[in-house]
Design a binder for this molecule. Sequence first.
Ligand code: IDP
Ligand code: MG
Length: 162
Amino acid sequence: MLQEQEAHAAEMERTFIAIKPDGVQRGLIAEIISRFERKGFKLVGIKLVVPSKDFAQKHYHDLKERPFFDGLCDFLSSGPVLAMVWEGEGVIKYGRKLIGATDPQKSEPGTIRGDLAVVVGRNIIHGSDGLETAKDEISLWFQPEELVNFTSNSEKWVYGVN
Ligand code: IDP
Ligand code: MG
């Protein structure tokens, strides 16, 4: 039992997920949260913020050479963004699966972008793409004290460990 608990603890990850201004404006917050929640992932941080353009540029710094960078940063800073941290086994990679491909025309039905978005410039949601980016993005958007450490009541049923 102890081994199972240790293995479970070792697999736990956190990822940064944001509903972009289009998703917030279109009233998709509950729909999107629900998909992560029903899967069994745990919400450990959440806030609604309007990022400055400077902040948006920091968030998307990897894309600064791309032609759409300026428009993307204008867009991200154009209105409220729902910033979240989700925790769970494999949540970084599986979160990206729930989200779907970057271009909603190529996202599978059943994914968030596949079901709820049509064009790449308005694809409603962001998710970290790896362990390092998850760490960087969580620390960019959240102070450590804004994240909550707790054991959810459902955890033993989701993972089969106490
Ligand atoms: P991701 O959001 O799936 O990780 P990235 O390649 O990291 O995709 O791009 C970040 C965001 O930039 C995308 O979610 C999308 O909003 C925007 N983007 C990506 N490619 C294009 C494009 O070709 N035209 C316009 N916007 C784009
Ligand atoms: Mg990305």
